[in-house]
Design a protein. Structure first.
Length: 115
């Protein structure tokens, strides 16, 4: 089992930045991939960014050019740098680890973008 704990959420004005972190309870280097998802009120959970073991990252079109996903295997930590935040980025952000067939989720961290 891998436990994931997110942090770094909060409230920010449009155009601002936040960096989310996700610390894993054990090594992440062997996971197939890690990812960030988000879920806005009344909507389904959608993927935001994925970083496979080979580090060929992918982004949802809505965040491309604004968000950056990265990982530090030595610290067992996944990051999401979010710049130029918009009100539509408001959601609970979840860390995800894939070790198929096992899937791991964090508890989520709230990001609110509002003036």
């Amino acid at each position: 089992q891998v436990q994931l704990v997110e942090s770094g959420g909060g409230s920010v004005q449009p155009g601002g930045s936040l960096r989310l972190s996700c610390v894993a309870s054990s090594s992440i280097s062997s996971l197939n991939f890690m990812a960030w998802y988000r879920q806005a009120p009344g909507k389904q959970r959608d993927w935001v960014a994925i970083i496979p073991r080979g580090n060929a990252v992918m982004y949802a079109d809505s965040v491309k050019g604004r968000f950056t996903i990265s990982r530090d295997n030595a610290k067992n930590t996944l990051y999401l740098q979010m710049n130029s935040l918009r009100p539509e980025d408001t959601a609970v952000y979840y860390c995800n680890g894939n070790d198929a067939p096992k899937i791991y989720w964090g508890q989520g961290t709230q990001v609110t973008v509002s003036s």
